[in-house]
Design a protein around this ligand. Structure first.
Ligand SMILES: *[C@@H]1O[C@H](CO)[C@@H](O)[C@H](O)[C@H]1NC(C)=O
Ligand SMILES: *[C@@H]1O[C@H](CO)[C@@H](O)[C@H](O)[C@H]1NC(C)=O
Ligand SMILES: *[C@@H]1O[C@H](CO)[C@@H](O)[C@H](O)[C@H]1NC(C)=O
Length: 370
């Protein structure tokens, strides 16, 4: 049986469903001490709810401390204060604020266990000052003390003081759920998280403590911190004499990058960058590293520079009244000022238009270059 899921709270529940859910979750709560089947994660739901209630209770205690008293401490105030301190009024005030109004599980747990809280408040508080332990662990039996897990609050692997040798979580730690298995932190493995995973090496180990450190990036496996301590080289590195060294993928016979891109080597890998627009093939960044120049560019002082087609000896804009405009990699022919394009030629603007297409600006006709 499962308690209503967390998303159930925010959705409005049909009226008929609510009593049913109440019933279900009550049945769940009362059976949770004998059944751990509902959850194997380390955040066991009823325990989380109970923990939050206790947290809120302790906040409520702090908030109601010296409430209604201005800070003076006349004998009368002292007397009234001590009365309020352990009064039902104060308890009810705290209980009222234990749950958000829409927190179904929380309200449910408080409602079903109000008498336990009263019992603790009036009779158990002195003897059992730790409300979490008294309420969640010993009375409701929805939590375990930290370092223990499961229905019977068994000790976590490695003991409750430092479960999993401090290198992992004990599954179900502090809840009535879980199987107590260690879930190790990054770099660790084994039943007690004492062993190092591949890519890590042991820098410290005795019977109760173990420290694993990540290998050098050059190593897939290692026995020490440097690239000379590799057992096996990482992908992108090769064994060379006594060390793993980076492979220069860019020096390979077959180009590592597509045409129009150049190769940059880095540790363990490489990447490709697009050539400059002036290049037709390149070996590096910018117009100075072209293999050939693209059309409209030409080699000049070791780089591909834009050709100014407008200043070539042979005119590229050959029509009458046309002007040439240079562009990067190409040029544009357009009618000179006072002329406009008509029927493939340039005609004077004044003479021809008496209609609304009165435009003084020349209309460029981009030249399609090869
Ligand atoms: C193991 O190492 C830890 C950490 O250095 C130390 O605190 C502990 O006393 C050592 N235990 C033994 C048995 O040597
Ligand atoms: C590769 O790593 C070494 C040391 O680990 C460093 O000195 C070097 O600068 C790195 N090279 C690149 C290209 O990142
Ligand atoms: C570069 O241009 C030359 C001459 O036009 C040509 O022979 C050669 O194949 C070109 N190289 C590349 C990589 O395009």
């Amino acid at each position: 049986m499962r308690p209503p899921g967390p998303r159930g709270q925010s959705r409005p529940l049909p009226r008929l469903l609510l009593p049913l859910l109440l019933l279900l979750s009550q049945a769940y709560l009362s059976s949770s001490s004998s059944s751990s089947s509902s959850s194997s994660s380390h955040s066991h739901k009823p325990c989380t709810v109970c923990k939050n209630i206790v947290d809120q209770f302790n906040k409520g205690l702090a908030n109601t401390e010296k409430k209604n008293f201005g800070g003076g401490n006349t004998a009368w105030e002292e007397k009234t204060l001590s009365k309020y301190e352990s009064s039902e009024i104060r308890l009810l005030e705290i209980i009222e604020n234990l749950c958000e109004s829409d927190a179904f599980d929380c309200n449910n747990m408080v409602e079903n266990n109000e008498e336990h809280l009263e019992n603790w408040w009036f009779k158990q508080k002195k003897k059992h000052p730790d409300l979490f332990r008294w309420f969640c662990v010993d009375t409701l039996e929805v939590c375990c003390l930290s370092g223990t897990y499961g229905p019977d609050c068994l000790e976590c692997p490695g003991g409750s003081k430092q479960p999993c040798r401090g290198n992992g979580y004990c599954n179900g730690d502090g809840s009535r759920g879980g199987d107590g298995k260690c879930m190790c932190h990054l770099g660790y493995m084994g039943p007690l998280c004492m062993d190092c995973v591949e890519g890590y090496f042991s820098t410290w180990r005795n019977d109760t403590h173990s420290v694993c450190t990540v290998c050098n990036p050059a190593c897939k496996t290692c026995s020490g911190p440097t690239h000379k301590d590799c057992g096996e080289c990482e992908v992108g590195w090769v064994q060379e004499e006594d060390a793993c060294v980076d492979v220069d993928e860019c020096a390979a016979e077959t180009p590592a990058c597509d045409q129009g891109f150049y190769c940059l080597n880095n540790n363990g890998s490489f990447f490709c960058k697009e050539c400059d627009p002036s290049c037709s093939g390149c070996v590096g960044e910018g117009p100075g590293h072209c293999i050939n120049c693209t059309a409209g560019y030409a080699q000049e002082d070791g780089a591909c520079r834009d050709v100014d087609e407008c200043s070539l000896p042979e005119k590229v804009c050959s029509q009458e009244h046309q002007k040439c405009f240079n562009t990067p990699g190409s040029y544009v022919c357009a009618c000179a000022e006072g002329f406009q394009e008509r029927d493939g030629g340039c005609v004077p603007t004044e003479d021809t238009r008496e209609d609304e297409e009165a435009e003084e600006t020349p209309k460029p006709s981009p030249h399609e270059d090869l």
